[in-house]
Design a protein around this ligand. Structure first.
Ligand code: DQA
Length: 141
């Protein structure tokens, strides 16, 4: 299966950014681990801090890939355009958040994306990405 993980703004700083909330592991290190767990799969990773670039990437892969795992960071709570992009493509999208957004500030409780996603995984740390990827690959087997 061809699966793309997309991380949005500030997630390039994982490992350095607020480690009490997001942990001490960089996404690059975690992604290597993930690729070795899912050896038979084509697993790719993209990160951008820019809303339009995230939308362009969804359009680019969203008619050919088998699954997208998206952590849109703070755009989750602000971006009607990202929600529309998910609705516009054919590839199913799973929304992931490292932290339990529902245990945090009220502005993090609402997502413009969830309604158009296949499912949501929240609050499991980096393991959330693995859970999302296996939900695609296990449905395949
Ligand atoms: C986040 C939660 C968002 O509220 C926040 O803006 C992020 C990260 C998470 O993974 O927990 O940047 O998406």
């Amino acid at each position: 299966m061809k699966i793309l993980i997309i991380n949005g703004p500030n997630l390039n700083l994982l490992g350095k950014r607020e480690p009490g909330i997001y942990g001490a592991t960089s996404f690059e290190a975690y992604f290597e681990d993930l690729q070795s767990r899912f050896k038979g799969q084509e697993l790719e990773y993209y990160q951008s801090n820019h809303e339009g670039e995230l939308i362009d990437k969804l359009h680019e892969v969203g008619f050919s890939y088998d699954g997208i795992v998206l952590n849109a960071g703070a755009y989750t709570h602000t971006s009607v355009a990202l929600g529309d992009a998910i609705a516009a493509i054919e590839t199913p999208v799973i929304e992931v958040h490292i932290s339990n957004v529902h245990a945090r500030e009220p502005f993090r409780h609402h997502s413009y994306l969830s309604k158009n996603c296949k499912g949501i995984i929240v609050g499991f740390g980096l393991q959330g990405y693995q859970l999302a990827v296996s939900s695609f690959t296990e449905q395949d087997s």
